[in-house]
Design a protein around this ligand. Structure first.
Ligand code: MF3
Ligand code: CO
Ligand code: CO
Length: 249
């Protein structure tokens, strides 16, 4: 899983170098596919089905502006100056998954949107710091929700973090809101994601007719960051850390 996590981070490090106005989300998809294949891995999202959805038609998710998650890469979707775009990758390497996403700024982004992106990354790290063996899954959501709502944002409810390993999505569900001391106990050996989606407006989402693309009901901006974590005996290890990534203070 460490190797799969490292590859997920490498995919996003490559995408980070490509992001610019004029790039299409399909070009992002091709880059992710190439880096993944070159490492001898495959993209778990490709043709993935979940509870009656159509097969996912991309190698990663590309979610622009009011798209909350599960945006489908598209050669018609050109990134424009001022957009924000989340890229979510999940390589499967030797049968193990690494799941991670970042929201990137495209060109010159408005201060409010930039702040949302920065705060969403901060929210993820508050969630990570709430993880400790002997704690509870509810500690994570509580930390994220407390911070996000205090800044005036809303936390998406319909999508959650999840156990990950040989399977892409497994228990536990890791809610990004909640009550400390509740939920499953956190035990050494667990591997799961935290992936808060934070909106400028209402938390509610709709899924488009393509069966995948989730958007905010009010058209407000949404940002997301995701890491895959391993809980060791003494603390948490982030398996999908980027090459230049330093945790926010
Ligand atoms: N990577 C997403 C997650 O964080 C799931 C994407 S499923 C897909 O859980 F089919 F849309 F790719
Ligand atoms: Co995930
Ligand atoms: Co993901």
């Amino acid at each position: 899983m460490r190797e799969a996590g490292r590859l997920a981070a490498e995919c996003l490090d490559v995408v980070a170098e490509l992001i610019r106005p004029g790039l299409t989300t399909a070009e992002i998809d091709r880059a992710v596919d190439e880096v993944t294949r070159a490492a001898g891995a495959e993209s778990a999202p490709y043709l993935y089905v979940n509870h009656g959805t159509p097969p996912f038609p991309g190698h990663c998710c590309t979610s622009v502006n009011d798209v909350v998650c599960h945006g489908i890469p598209d050669d018609q979707r050109v990134l424009r100056d001022g957009d924000i775009v989340n890229v979510d990758v999940t390589p499967r390497l030797n049968g193990w998954h690494g799941d991670s996403s970042r929201t990137f700024l495209v060109g010159d982004v408005a201060p409010k949107a930039r702040q949302l992106v920065r705060d969403t990354r901060h929210a993820l790290w508050l969630g990570i710091r709430a993880v400790r063996p002997g704690g509870h899954i509810g500690d994570i959501g509580h930390a994220i929700q407390g911070f996000a709502e205090a800044q005036g944002y809303a936390v998406v409810r319909e999508f959650t973090g999840h156990g990950v390993g040989r399977e892409f999505h497994t228990s536990p569900s890791v809610l990004h809101y909640g009550v400390p001391g509740t939920g499953l106990p956190i035990r050494p050996g667990m591997t799961f994601t935290i992936e808060p989606m934070i909106n400028l407006g209402h938390w509610k989402t709709d899924v488009l007719d393509d069966g995948w693309t989730a958007v905010t009901v009010d058209g407000s901006l949404s940002a997301q960051f995701e890491h895959t974590l391993y809980v060791g005996e003494t603390g948490v290890e982030v398996l999908t850390l980027g090459k230049d990534e330093t945790p926010p203070v």
